[in-house]
Design a protein around this ligand. Structure first.
Ligand code: BES
Ligand code: MN
Ligand code: ZN
Length: 484
């Protein structure tokens, strides 16, 4: 899908030949003198078109336009959020198999955030997962023209938004794939495919032998219940001098989470194919970095394996030794995400990072706490927490800071090891974060994003969202801007 940004007035946008023209009208819309603007103005004045976000009026081949279909779409106060819902509502009303060329016209001047919102909404609405269909129905939309009278000043945020779409769609693709089409080995191949001549990306993949040599006993304990071999993926994006400390992103890559011996109930267990959405978001971020090539260094770490159960599977009560040297009593084999992440967090130390951010579909408790609107953000570092929250706001990929008081970690105490992998049910998202915190270097800013509620949608619209690629890219680019 090609996106293009052009400086066009509304009447110029209306004279573009296309299958559909979306006219985004906010409460502040003042029609110009031309015939097309007068038509839009009249529809609003008569109350047939409304500027309220989500309200649409569809027209077929109006003489004032070269578009086959015109949709006048309300975008309310014109904020990024309302532009997003306006574009989504408008596209729901256009029959998608007829849609090859689309023009999205801002009737009033656009802003950075609204351009990004429009690009993201068009990509989301036209996304189609085809990898496992015998008669795939791929996206028909191949050309999207964004028209705004002030387009010239919006080229940079536009380019960024288009690059983020590429990352989001890579994350969706891998997250949506069923577990038998997204094994740890295949995930590693997807990471290796990001290495191209101009991408500034390198990739190293470790297997069971290398991981054993590193002493990643917690990661290995999860993987041992499956016949599918584990992979530890190390991605590097080098856009700055070697001396510049990298940001390390660690993505949970459980390609399927059955719960292990502490097996999950059957209902909705299929959704545990999404338990590698943290990993997918790291792949997505690297895809976007390859496109934008900012002056920063980023390392991506993905511990990838299945959480299954066979005769060798780890058992409740087993004690294993992590790479950090801490022993762990595995009281519940379904709390496997923290087991693979803790060894990856220890591995992260060797990069002497500027910051470490892990991203994981870690707890059902997080879904209970925050639902599917905001990801949970945990960080003992106020500056890092602030930067990530701000990035989430700017990218419309929201998160919410949660506490890390010492007391939340008390339930992890046990007589049989240095730490247990679970505490009680209460505050489950927080005790998981407290567990991870034990494996971080106190001198390096660390944050944990629990994306269990935000990384995918359940029900009829089941599918990966590509979150939090937008948040992470925004954060990394803000780092780049600060360094320059
Ligand atoms: N991958 C799950 C978390 C999850 C559950 C995400 C449901 C989204 C929806 C994780 O590995 C898990 O099973 N966590 C357990 C932890 C518990 C055993 C302490 C959970 O949340 O039930
Ligand atoms: Mn689990
Ligand atoms: Zn899991």
């Amino acid at each position: 899908m090609n996106f293009e940004l052009k400086s066009l007035s509304l009447v110029e946008a209306a004279s573009e030949k296309c299958d559909a023209l979306l006219v985004l009208v906010s409460d502040a819309y003042k029609p110009a003198k031309d015939g097309f603007s007068a038509l839009v103005g009249r529809a609003i004045k008569d109350g047939d078109a409304l500027t309220k976000a989500g309200k649409i009026l569809a027209l077929y081949m109006p003489v004032q336009s070269q578009a086959t279909r015109v949709v006048i779409a309300g975008v309310g106060d014109g904020s990024a959020k309302q532009v997003r819902s306006g574009v989504t509502a408008a596209l729901a009303g256009v029959k998608s198999d007829k849609l090859k060329k689309l023009v999205v016209a801002f009737a009033s001047p656009a802003q950075e955030a609204t351009v990004r919102a429009a690009v993201a909404a068009v990509a989301d609405a036209s996304y189609s997962f085809i990898s496992t269909k015998s008669k795939p129905e791929p996206r028909t939309l191949h050309h999207v023209l964004l028209a705004a009278s002030n387009a010239a000043e919006l080229q940079t945020p536009f380019d960024r938004a288009v690059a983020v779409v590429a990352g989001v769609e890579l994350a969706k693709e891998w997250a949506n794939r069923p577990a038998n089409h997204a094994t740890p080995t295949l995930l590693a191949k997807a990471a290796e495919a990001l290495v191209t001549k101009h991408s500034k990306i390198s990739c190293e993949v470790l297997g069971p032998k290398e991981v054993a040599k590193l002493g990643m006993g917690a990661f290995m304990a999860v993987a041992q219940g499956s016949d599918e071999p584990l992979r530890f993926i190390v991605l590097k994006y080098n856009g700055a001098a070697k001396s510049v400390a990298p940001t390390v992103l660690v993505g949970k890559g459980i390609t399927f989470d059955s719960g292990g011996i502490s097996i999950k109930p059957a209902a909705e267990m299929d959704e545990m194919k999404f338990d590698m959405c943290g990993a997918a978001s790291v792949l997505g971020v690297f895809r976007t970095l390859a496109e934008l090539r900012p002056d920063i260094n980023v390392v991506g770490l993905i511990p990838a394996c299945e959480n299954l159960l066979n005769g060798r599977a780890v058992k409740p009560g087993d004690v294993v030794t992590s790479m950090s040297g801490q022993t762990i009593e595995i009281l519940n084999t379904d709390a496997e995400g923290r087991l693979v992440l803790c060894d990856a967090l220890t591995y992260a130390e060797r990069f002497k990072p500027h910051a470490v951010v892990d991203i994981a579909t870690l707890t059902g408790a997080c879904v209970v706490a925050l639902g599917n609107v905001r990801s949970a953000l945990f960080s003992p570092d106020a500056a890092l927490a602030k930067a990530l929250s701000a990035a989430g706001d700017a990218a419309q990929d929201l998160c919410w800071q949660m506490p890390l008081d010492e007391e939340y970690g008390e339930g992890l105490k046990t007589q049989f090891a240095d730490v247990a992998n679970v505490a009680g049910r209460a505050g489950g998202a927080v005790s998981a974060a407290k567990y991870l915190q034990r494996f971080t270097d106190k001198k390096v800013p660390w944050a944990h994003l629990d994306i269990a509620g935000t990384a995918w949608k359940s029900g009829a619209a089941k599918g990966a969202t590509g979150r939090p690629v937008g948040l992470l890219v925004e954060y990394l680019l803000a780092q780049a801007a600060q360094a320059n």
